[in-house]
Design a protein around this ligand. Structure first.
Ligand SMILES: Cc1ncc(COP(=O)(O)O)c(C=O)c1O
Length: 480
């Protein structure tokens, strides 16, 4: 099988072989989707262990396809954390959905080039259509507005900052200053560094007790910079911080940006999807005034990796920042309404990401997405209630956009802060080592806390209760 010497150089399989292999792969994926809940979400392995399994010289000769598939299923896929698992509470999980997996398979199967209009008009059109759907949800102008799908939130934030800089600073950004809170996602700082700003061009503004950016400190920093002859040019607000799910005061920040003529970027990589919840437009009020907005369908819009998105109020801001016209792309240039997405971002060759969002929204319908998001917000509120009823647990940050932080703290034992930090770190370590749940820590107010991000609509209250029971058992053992 797969070893026809004459056609070896064509890297092809017969129709029969493709079907056999494809059905096997689909069976494996379907089995994973159907049984994931009963599996353990966590896997671990040292570099040494992985080297022992995988290190080998580049294979000159063919290996039987089924042998490679079995090796991959057993050794690669099973040795990975399942971030779509209902008990994956760490980081920002990726709940995914089967329709989009199939859509990605179609896009990859046809190897659609989603860079330029002429190469794939329908793919470009679907990106325009789905971006327009998102623009409408966020009450961005649909005529002038635009956007682009990216690999994820990090590249969306970077794309926003490049557009912001071009629009506000032109070529000289030596005096330009960017403002963000101490809870802003690290991808923003990374982007700022990559695109050539110096550290002293960034102001990290402290947050208040609710983990929201302090508006007074923000305003005083801007005023001070103006006095010193600097150029305050951009504020990055968070619509759902990664640590606590906090939404910065978006409306107030938008007003500051308007008065100060600054760019208003909102990083809503995971939290902006809450616009679909019952109280979405209230929770995220002010998001509609953003100049640019990062939101990641591969987080709370249930798409498989990689799919981030940047929306902008004016699509020209993207083309002004990213357009290049080399002679070898002349054939792609259509009329102005026919968007070449390679002119709107960094990538020339691009995966057809829009297809999965398009197909999953059409097949499930937006109402299912709305219900899924409401479910997670309500579940997190129920979990908060549960935690508050426990004498051993202290809630550190309330339920916010499906994130909650707490720590194990049996009050009667009067443990020191140092001991509490060590205890909670150890609880997380042991839960992860048990592989039963991905429950990891973060630091809030200088304390080690356990963090749950509950955006997976397949997570049940029982999943959470089981994990809390584990916390309790490990805590008892540790405290013995
Ligand atoms: C608020 C926020 N912004 C940006 C990112 C980075 O997104 P990505 O990992 O898709 O690059 C994350 C990731 O969790 C995030 O939570």
């Amino acid at each position: 099988m797969y070893q026809d010497k004459k056609s070896e150089h064509t890297l092809t399989l017969s129709k029969r072989e493709m079907k056999d292999y494809g059905y096997k792969v689909i069976d494996i994926v379907v089995e994973h989707f159907a049984t994931q809940h009963s599996k353990k979400p966590v896997s671990s392995g040292t570099r040494k262990e992985m080297d022992t399994i995988f290190q080998e010289d580049i294979p000159e000769k063919a290996t039987a396809a089924n042998e490679v598939l079995a090796h991959v299923v057993e050794k690669v896929l099973q040795q990975s954390n399942f971030l779509s698992h209902p008990k994956s509470f760490g980081f920002v999980p990726g709940p995914s959905n089967y329709i989009s997996v199939m859509a990605d398979t179609l896009a990859t199967g046809f190897n659609i080039f989603s860079g330029g209009w002429a190469a794939s008009p329908a793919a470009s059109e679907l990106e325009i259509v789905t971006i327009n759907w998102l623009l409408k949800l966020f009450r961005f102008p649909t005529k002038k507005g635009g956007g682009i799908f990216t690999s994820g939130g990090s590249i969306a934030n970077l794309t926003a900052l490049v557009a912001a800089r071009r629009h506000k600073c032109g070529d000289d950004f030596s005096k330009a200053i960017i403002y963000m809170s101490d809870q802003t996602h690290s991808s923003n700082i990374k982007a700022i560094r990559i695109i050539g700003f110096k550290r002293n061009q960034v102001r990290i503004i402290p947050t208040d007790m609710d983990f929201k950016i302090s508006l007074n400190k923000l305003k005083s920093n801007i005023a001070k910079d103006r006095l010193n002859g600097n150029f305050p040019f951009c504020i990055i607000a968070s619509a759902g911080t990664t640590n606590t799910g906090t939404v910065d005061p978006l409306e107030e920040i938008s007003k500051i940006c308007k008065v100060e003529k600054m760019w208003f970027h909102v990083d809503g990589a995971y939290g902006a999807a809450a616009i679909l919840s019952k109280n979405g437009s209230q929770i995220l009020n002010g998001i509609q005034y953003a100049d640019s907005l990062t939101m990641d369908p591969h987080k709370w819009l249930f798409q498989p990796y990689e799919m981030g998105c940047l929306l902008v109020r004016n699509h020209k801001w993207l083309s002004n920042a990213f357009s290049e016209k080399p002679e070898y792309l002349r054939a792609f240039e259509g009329n102005e309404s026919e968007i070449n997405f390679y002119d709107h971002g960094l990538q020339l060759t691009r995966h057809f990401r829009a297809l999965k969002l398009y197909m999953s929204l059409k097949i499930f319908g937006l109402n299912s997405f709305k219900k899924a998001i409401d479910y997670s917000i309500e579940l997190t509120e129920e979990v908060e209630q549960l935690l508050r009823e426990s004498p051993n647990i202290e809630v550190i940050s309330s339920a916010s956009l499906a994130i909650i932080n707490f720590r194990y703290n049996p009050i009667h034992l009067k443990l020191s802060e140092k001991k509490l930090d060590a205890l909670n770190q150890e609880i997380s370590k042991q839960i992860v080592a048990s592989r039963e749940a991905l429950l990891v820590t973060t630091i809030l107010l200088g304390q080690v806390v356990l963090r749950m991000c509950l955006i997976n609509p397949r997570t049940t209250l029982k999943d959470v209760k089981d994990t809390l029971s584990l916390c309790h058992s490990y805590a008892q053992e540790i405290l013995k």
